[in-house]
Design a protein around this ligand. Structure first.
Ligand code: C2E
Ligand code: CA
Ligand code: CA
Ligand code: CA
Length: 268
């Protein structure tokens, strides 16, 4: 949260100089848009590299401002966290996503939906109760629902570990998002009951570029192997990147423009 807060503060500060009026109300615009039901979802395919099958999607929130222009998700999510209403956003995301993906989530084919949580969401018992309620109301197995938490927010914390353990006990899966960007303690991560990691797109981009950055990709794949967890590579844009990751981690799943951009449910 600290890092995300600093980034938003920086961006907002920069733009504030030019457009004080509009931006003073950005958090209010966001809050209003969410409460008026203007939050929508886009879904991006998760593709198993070995056979190019879509094995799931990541649910990504979308929001427009008062004039209908899209607000970048990085910005509105960080502001919602800062202003303390991220829980409201996450509830809408859960409800829309489970409803829109219900058909695939209750089908016979393996298909998981990845939902992003803020660390405060994970520590919020009422949100987990809400998720349980929606999942059972819609007849979805919790094992089809993957909670993603960005590595930057995985501070060593007993409460966080307990929350992840509770999620797992109730049958949900848990992934560390943006792996490689958080400098977290690997020994601590190894003790978290995680199902998988998502390698941040900055590392995927480095494949075939500088030797040093490519070595980090090898290390991340080796880490996934040694933790015995699943691996999703983000930001796959080039066939060469998919090929290299497949070589290093045969069970890897890829996400990126090579396979598909985030789209509304009906265009999946
Ligand atoms: P993220 O979780 O790392 O999501 C992946 C981001 O990478 C998405 O950006 C996606 O559009 C983008 N992406 C996917 N494939 C490619 C590619 O091949 N190349 C490039 N250059 N980019 C690619 P998006 O949708 O702008 O989301 C940004 C961030 O906003 C997300 O990063 C996530 O941290 C946050 N976010 C989005 N929706 C939610 C949400 O519902 N809840 C929470 N808590 N955070 C969310
Ligand atoms: Ca994510
Ligand atoms: Ca990510
Ligand atoms: Ca990322």
């Amino acid at each position: 949260i600290g890092a995300a807060g600093a980034v938003t503060a920086g961006c907002v500060g920069m733009v504030l100089v030019q457009r004080r009026r509009v931006l003073a109300s950005l958090p209010q615009q966001i809050r209003r848009a969410v409460s008026l039901g203007r939050l929508t979802m886009a879904y991006q395919p998760l593709v198993r590299l070995s056979d190019r099958r879509m094995v799931g999607v990541e649910a990504l929130a979308r929001l427009t401002d008062d004039r209908g222009r899209p607000i970048p998700p990085d910005i509105f999510i960080a502001i919602a966290e800062e202003k303390g209403f991220i829980g409201v956003v996450t509830r809408k995301v859960i409800s829309l996503t489970l409803t829109q993906m219900r058909g695939r989530l209750t089908g016979d084919e393996a298909f998981d939906v990845h939902i992003n949580f803020a660390v405060t969401d994970l520590l919020d018992d009422r949100l987990l109760t809400y998720l349980d309620g929606e999942v059972s109301r819609l007849g979805i197995s919790p094992a089809r629902v993957v909670i993603e938490l960005t590595e930057r927010s995985t501070a060593e914390h007993d409460r966080l570990r307990e929350a992840v353990e509770t999620l797992r006990r109730r049958g949900y899966k848990f992934f560390i998002d943006d792996f490689g960007t958080g400098y977290s303690n690997l020994a601590y991560l190894a003790r978290l009951p995680i199902n998988g990691i998502k390698m941040d797109k900055m590392f995927t981009k480095a494949i075939g570029k500088a030797a040093a950055s490519s070595a980090i990709v090898d290390t991340i794949c080796a880490t996934a192997r040694s933790l015995n967890v699943e691996l999703v590579a983000e930001g796959v844009e080039e066939p060469e990147q998919a090929a290299r990751i497949l070589e290093l981690f045969p069970r890897a799943v890829g996400q990126g423009w090579l396979f598909g951009k985030p789209v509304p449910a009906e265009h999946l």
